[in-house]
Design a protein around this ligand. Structure first.
Ligand code: PYC
Length: 332
């Protein structure tokens, strides 16, 4: 019997939670972050469950554990943990992790203002702005993003026939734009969006095998993005991203914003150098930018960047007691 202790920095990025595990994470085996992620999921997943689900977490909980990099060109490696599993990449998680890690001296950049992250999805380069020891803004340059499928038809149990585009921005997204059976995310509550999302994701994954052409371990459509007209000043679009089983991202979603910029770029609505301000369900905004054109396994892609801010909300020493029947959390 043991009581396991995790020293965490709790915060949020533009409204969505980030729990950075600064002490207590397991040693992982594997030569790459994708391999270490697989080791974590196979052998240490109780930690994610215990820290993310109720009673220590909640439906939206999301976080990260830092590791020494597995590649010489990076400063630090990041394992993302979430209610849904271990994402290959998480944008709001990166912004929060980098902010809290820098402010608490958990990472030492080789180059001032720049951190190179070794993530399961690939190298993510972060540039940050600091004032008086506090991080004001983080801009992450993401892995290449691309439109994976366009106009995919699917029958939804309550909405009827839908057409969605599927794009990759570090995770695979079904993007639902305005159409006959869906007008705007503003027509629905967050609870209704959650209820609508699970069946859509399940139907798409049952009919299609979405996999990254260069990293087939990154497989399956994990997120659904419902879109709408922006309400925040300067925003180009609004979105509500569903993840896990019950979560709607409170932030504008970094990998989702990357995926959406790839969709818009593929459809001629954005070009390299263009900005794309993306609004969340609570009105917070990420500043996206198409940095460059790229290619993934011969298909057109973009290099997206996404900027946002995060704030520490507290230091949290969390215990997981083996005697606790909810040591691995629960969902209702
Ligand atoms: O910001 O990439 C993101 C993200 C993924 C899931 C929740 N947020």
């Amino acid at each position: 019997m043991a009581r396991h202790t995790f020293f965490c920095l709790d915060g949020h990025t533009c409204g969505n939670p980030v729990r950075l595990v600064a002490g207590g994470g397991p040693n992982l085996t594997g030569a790459t972050m994708l391999a270490k992620r697989a080791d974590f999921l196979a052998n240490h997943d109780w930690i994610r469950r215990g820290l993310m689900f109720e009673p220590r977490g909640h439906d939206m909980m999301s976080g990260a554990i830092l590791y020494p990099p597995t590649r010489p060109d990076c400063d630090v490696a990041v394992l993302y943990i979430e209610t849904s599993g271990c994402l290959p990449m998480c944008g709001h998680g990166t912004i929060g992790t980098v902010t809290m890690a820098l402010e608490h001296g958990l990472v030492t950049p080789r180059e001032p203002g720049v951190l190179r992250l070794d993530t399961p999805a690939g190298v993510v380069v972060v540039r940050y702005r600091e004032a008086a020891g506090l991080v004001e803004e983080v801009r992450l340059t993401n892995v290449p993003a691309f439109l994976a499928a366009e106009g995919v038809e699917v029958d939804h149990p309550t909405l009827g026939r839908l057409r969605v585009d599927v794009a990759y921005g570090g995770n695979f997204y079904a993007i639902v734009d305005a159409q006959a059976n869906f007008r705007d995310m503003a027509d629905f509550t967050a609870g209704e969006l959650v209820a609508m999302s699970g069946p859509l994701r399940a139907a798409l994954n049952a009919a299609h095998d979405f996999a990254h052409p260069e990293a087939p371990e990154i497989r399956g459509l994990s997120h659904v993005m419902w879109t709408g007209a922006p309400t925040a000043a300067g925003a180009a679009a609004r979105n509500a991203v569903f993840y896990g089983d019950k979560a709607i991202d409170r932030s504008p979603c970094g990998t989702g914003t990357s995926a959406r910029m790839a969709q818009w770029a593929a459809q001629g609505r954005l070009a390299p150098g263009d900005a794309f301000a993306h609004e969340s369900i609570i009105g917070s905004v990420f500043d996206g930018r198409v940095e460059a054109a790229a290619e993934v396994a011969g298909r057109p892609a973009i290099i997206p960047s996404v900027a946002g801010w995060a704030r520490l909300t507290g230091l949290n020493t969390i215990f997981i007691d083996d005697r606790d029947p909810y040591a691995q959390g629960f969902q209702v």
